[in-house]
Design a protein around this ligand. Structure first.
Ligand code: SF4
Length: 742
């Protein structure tokens, strides 16, 4: 009889946090299934959950550190890896200064407890050249919520209260497939259908008739990159027709008159042709939204990765605030995390750093540079040039704009250290690859995502199987220790030093529990170590916590671990007063940054560039993959090729390209040939390629991905086209020409 057990955890492959049960026999994963007892997901999973097993089993996943040598890759021990990495990085820092070593963190880190050690490593690095995956697609939202509510991100991002809303306006998002982003909710398709089932409406604005649009009550095509104009015309209509109702925000806003002045020329008539939506429809939607007593406007990737991303995010938020739907049940609300990130953040109101990137002077947001500036910071000589990089679970040569330039940038580094379990298109340039365990081998708590959750949830994810590799947090702590000259010190000793600093900040920010001291927190948790200790502290200090004994029935990590399927702490609650952290103490409706960016939008509306006469390229999400490493997992890539160039029938006929033929797509920075899929789901004038593909590089160890190579859309996206307010590169709305490929 095999030694069998069932392990409960959260699936780490998107932001939905579905509960899964992993069946284990004799130390191996046998099966992954939805956890019916999870109070949040109730058994729902999507096909990606099975990757927990496939990733664990994948023989191409690295298990020991690799070092590049003249004779090829060599396996080395962990102590040797730490020793040599410290020596190489310290030498570069000594020669060129701290900014010479950059860091880039990928989104799998968000699903790893090592996320809590990112600030530790960043402090040890002391470099201003810090990038992360959020710099690809969330910076506009961070800038917008920061300027309007005061930050910090993501603790001040309101999310649709989707389980109670009666009117959901979705702009540039496809939650039926993405399963929600900056909005954590399992079973997005079910939740969307329920809005309609209880008599509500779901309206989708998107250049593609997405899977979400097919579930919706109504879908309108919109030209890529014009969401800001569309949303500001909706806002303008609210003013014009006397539909402003501030609801919970009454008496808590600044800048209403200035806003009205700023949007006065964004009439629906002025933007209709530009957006591709009639003025009558824009007005009708604004009226419908204002009339809905529980309405929520939600924008995501499509509104962020475009030329006017910050303005589009502003428009989304204004719709919610001006119709009284902010902080209202069924509108948009601020989640209250059981382990709050605010305990680790500073208290100062959000503001953009005065420091700008060295080469193109782009803004730095929340200590992070836009990824559109990454290649130029590596390639442009001079003081502060990035000569070495630390990559954390990321493949930017497939995920960030202008891959060919990034390829040259990474190939030219003096040292590249990659914490990653694959030899992929980016890590093949590394000098050292440090493979950390797969998700099923590590415990986790979805610390970041529970700040965006549509219900308040606390759930511990147990490791289902063991690993010989150290966890990512320990690897990051060791690299950091090396940079601080603490190489060789015991992990616990370095971790205690780090924790004492974290505890100091957390106790200073404590608002719930009287008389709590740093000494009390540190001594209570002295036996513990690593990120589990940090999570325990945050849970105990948090709004549902035990306050280190002051509220004996409150949460501790032990109690959360004792509920293997998770604890549901209820629906979202109003809490606007706790959230606002701006200098004025009010919601800023008309931040200067946005108002000053309006002339750029007006120019674009009145003077569309020659490029806009070309086709516009957008991305699209596929249900079975989110990160490029998933392309090496057979169950997720089998069947029909998802990496096609979608073209509308109108454009296909005009361009002389047929379904199943090949088309050449050319942008300012590159050209690719892709198989054509003609579909009525695309707006005429728009073509779509999914993101993260193009696995045609010989030196990788990704045999399954290579067999399903696809086309890299980031050979076409342009890092010199960006939202100037946030520096975010345009991924949706790249001008391209399309022609038959013979
Ligand atoms: S929707 Fe799929 S990928 Fe996302 S958490 Fe749920 S099972 Fe995992």
């Amino acid at each position: 009889m095999a030694n069998q057990q069932s392990v409960s955890r959260v699936c780490p492959f998107c932001e939905a946090t579905c509960g899964v049960t992993i069946e284990v026999a004799d130390g191996a994963i046998v099966k992954v299934r939805g956890d019916r007892d999870d109070p949040f997901s109730r058994g729902f999973i999507c096909p990606k959950a099975h990757a927990l097993k496939e990733l664990y089993d994948d023989s191409e996943r690295l298990r020991r550190p690799l070092k590049r040598t003249p004779g090829g890759w060599q396996e080395i021990s962990w102590p040797q890896a730490y020793r040599e990495i410290s020596a190489r990085l310290l030498a570069i820092r000594k020669k060129c200064g701290p900014d010479a070593i950059g860091m880039y963190a990928g989104n799998p880190l968000v699903h790893d407890l090592a996320f809590l050690y990112l600030p530790v490593l960043a402090r040890a690095l002391g470099s201003r050249n810090v990038f992360n995956a959020g710099a690809i697609d969330t910076l506009p939202k961070e800038v917008q919520t920061g300027l309007m509510f005061g930050g910090p991100f993501p603790a001040t991002v309101p999310v649709p209260d989707i389980d109670r809303t009666k009117y959901l306006l979705i702009v540039g998002a496809n939650p039926a497939v993405s399963h929600g982003s900056l909005m954590t909710m399992p079973d997005a398709p079910g939740r969307l259908k329920n809005v309609i089932a209880r008599g509500g409406r779901v309206v989708v604005i998107d250049p593609r008739r997405t899977e979400t649009a097919r579930l919706a009550s109504k879908h309108h095509f919109i030209r890529p990159g014009t969401d800001a104009a569309f949303l500001l015309a909706m806002v303008r209509t609210l003013f014009e027709e006397g539909l402003i109702r501030l609801g919970a925000a009454t008496g808590m806003v600044n800048g209403l008159d200035s806003l009205q002045q700023s949007v006065r020329d964004f009439t629906p008539e002025a933007v209709a042709d530009y957006c591709g939506i009639s003025a009558a429809h824009i007005r009708r939607m604004a009226r419908e939204f204002a009339a809905g007593e529980q309405a929520a406007c939600y924008g995501r990737l499509g509104t962020c990765v475009q030329k006017f991303g910050t303005l589009a995010c502003w428009g989304v938020e204004l719709m919610n605030i001006l119709t009284g739907n902010l902080d209202r049940a069924g509108g948009v609300m601020f989640p209250r995390a059981a382990a709050p990130a605010t305990a680790l953040a500073g208290t100062r109101p959000f503001k953009l750093d005065r420091w700008k990137t060295r080469v193109s002077g782009q803004p730095r947001v929340g200590g992070m540079n836009p990824s559109s500036a990454m290649a130029e910071e590596m390639l442009t000589p001079g003081a502060g040039q990035v000569r070495a990089m630390i990559l954390l679970m990321t493949n930017p040569l497939r995920s960030a704009a202008h891959s060919r330039e990034l390829e040259a940038a990474f190939a030219g580094l003096e040292c590249l250290v990659a914490v990653d379990f694959y030899l992929n298109e980016t890590t093949r340039h590394a000098d050292f690859i440090l493979p950390t365990p797969s998700p099923a081998e590590q415990p986790n708590y979805e610390f970041g995502l529970y700040h965006l959750s549509v219900r308040t949830i606390a759930k511990w994810s147990w490791a289902a199987v063991s690993s010989d590799s150290p966890p990512a947090w320990e690897v990051m702590l060791k690299i950091g220790a090396g940079l601080l000259g603490l190489e060789g010190r015991a992990t616990k000793e370095v971790d205690d030093m780090m924790f004492a600093q974290v505890a100091q900040t957390a106790v200073k920010r404590n608002r719930h529990w009287e008389g709590l001291s740093v000494e009390e927190v540190v001594s209570s948790l002295a036996e513990s170590t690593g990120p589990e200790r940090v999570i325990d502290m945050l849970l105990r200090l948090g709004p549902y916590g035990d306050g280190f004994g002051r509220n004996p029935s409150g949460l501790t990590l032990g109690r959360v671990k004792g509920a293997p399927h998770g604890i549901d702490l209820g629906p979202l609650q109003p809490r606007l007063g706790e959230i606002i952290n701006t200098q004025s103490g009010k919601i800023e409706l008309a931040p200067t940054l946005m108002v000053n960016d309006l002339p750029r939008l007006r120019d674009h509306i009145s003077n569309p560039s020659a490029a806009s006469q070309e086709m516009l390229l957008i991305g699209r999400r596929n249900l079975r993959t989110s990160n490029s490493f998933m392309h090496n997992l057979p169950a997720l890539v089998k069947g029909r090729n998802p990496c096609t160039l979608q073209v509308s029938p109108h454009d296909a006929a005009r361009l002389g390209i047929a379904n199943g033929s090949a088309a050449r797509v050319t942008s300012r920075v590159g050209s690719v040939i892709a198989p054509v899929e003609v579909t009525g789901d695309l707006m005429p004038g728009v073509v779509s390629l999914p993101h993260g593909w193009g696995h045609d590089v010989e030196e990788t160890r990704l045999s399954v991905a290579k067999a399903h190579g696809g086309v890299n859309t980031n050979f076409l996206t342009d890092n010199q086209a960006y939202d100037t307010a946030s520096g975010t590169a345009v991924l949706f709305g790249t001008p391209v020409s399309v022609e038959p490929a013979h």
